[in-house]
Design a protein around this ligand. Structure first.
Ligand SMILES: C[S@@+](CC[C@H](N)C(=O)[O-])C[C@H]1O[C@@H](n2cnc3c(N)ncnc32)[C@H](O)[C@@H]1O
Ligand code: SF4
Ligand code: SF4
Length: 292
């Protein structure tokens, strides 16, 4: 499954995988699934990558870039110049490498639960490393720093513990994104049906009432994720329509089926970005990129 209809389209946002290298191997990660290109041989040079991104920015009039990997902070030279190409930048990072300060940038730091669960998914010692990175962020840091937690069947009862741990820290807020499984997923992470996922979505809605400012998912975004609504969103996926995915494939970028790669189960997709864009479209505009 690859995307071929994107050639001349305008995209308000794009997502770029700037390296397939990563110092972690998280159990839920869609990047390293077999159907996706993840070779680390002959990765595109920084210069060529910046040229290509400038070209694509103009061609598709891309406003916001979502920087991804692998681990994007393993290519600081790409980020340092790359963020100047786009009006807004979101950098998703595993938080084990020091953050670099950029204006008009949001760092989305991944943590998937309290220490014991996070480390079971992301690797031993990662929770502690992320906390050290966050503590080092100076008060006068221009980038915003937030957390993203991927909710799965395994951590759905641990979410409030994570929120309580993070509210006193340097994190300015957090979003919950629900697991995007591959087709025929038989892992312990999946709920198998969206009806069974509802328990987790309702838990995040409950937390939203308790921590309205810290949790950045809007209530509407979460309501759209519920089983009664989600199919009507995912069958006309707004992320596929408005976010151009660019995966690194040696010396080229290739566009996979969607941001989550080539082997996805749309019916069970719970990606925050999908339901967030759907909620914006309901309000007739996608210029404002802040859920809340
Ligand atoms: C693929 S990672 C790349 C950036 C960086 N290495 C990190 O971990 O943040 C980007 C985000 O996707 C999330 N993610 C990975 N696999 C996922 C899946 N199957 N469903 C939903 N989100 C997923 C990660 O937890 C992370 O927050
Ligand atoms: S740190 Fe990010 S890219 Fe690396 S394995 Fe984990 S989720 Fe995937
Ligand atoms: S619904 Fe999810 S998995 Fe399907 S195309 Fe959209 S982002 Fe990809």
């Amino acid at each position: 499954m690859t995307n071929t209809s994107h050639e001349s389209k305008k995209y308000p946002a794009a997502m770029v995988n700037i390296t397939n290298k990563c110092n972690l191997r998280c159990k839920h990660c869609f990047v390293f699934r077999n159907a996706n290109p993840t070779s680390i041989q002959n990765e595109m040079s920084t210069e060529r990558m910046l040229e290509k991104l400038s070209f694509l920015q103009k061609k598709h009039e891309i406003h916001t870039m979502l920087w991804m990997g692998g681990e994007p902070l393993l290519r600081p030279d790409v980020l340092k110049k790359g963020v100047t190409i786009f009006s807004k930048n979101h950098i998703t990072t595993n938080g084990t490498i020091d953050l670099i300060d950029f204006p008009d940038c949001i760092y989305i730091v991944s943590l998937d639960g309290p220490e014991q669960y996070n480390d079971a998914i992301r690797g031993k010692g990662t929770y502690e490393k992320v906390m050290r990175t966050i503590e080092k962020v100076p008060e006068k840091f221009e980038s915003k720093v937030m957390c993203q937690c991927v909710v799965t069947k395994e951590n759905e009862t641990l979410l409030e513990d994570l929120v309580s741990l993070l509210t006193p820290t340097r994190f300015e807020g957090m979003t919950f994104s629900f697991y995007v499984p591959p087709a025929n997923d038989d892992s312990r992470l999946t709920w198998h049906t969206t009806k069974r996922r509802d328990k987790a979505v309702l838990e995040v809605l409950r937390l939203k009432d308790l921590y309205p400012d810290f949790i950045w998912n809007s209530k509407r975004t979460l309501e759209l994720t519920l089983s009664e609504n989600c199919k009507s969103v995912t069958e006309r996926c707004p992320s596929k329509q408005y976010v151009l995915p660019l995966y690194l494939n040696g010396e080229e970028f290739t566009t996979p089926f969607c941001c989550y790669g080539n082997d996805v189960d749309c019916d069970l997709c719970g990606a925050w970005v999908v339901f967030y864009l759907a909620s914006l479209l309901e309000k007739n505009g996608i210029e404002n990129y802040r859920d809340g």
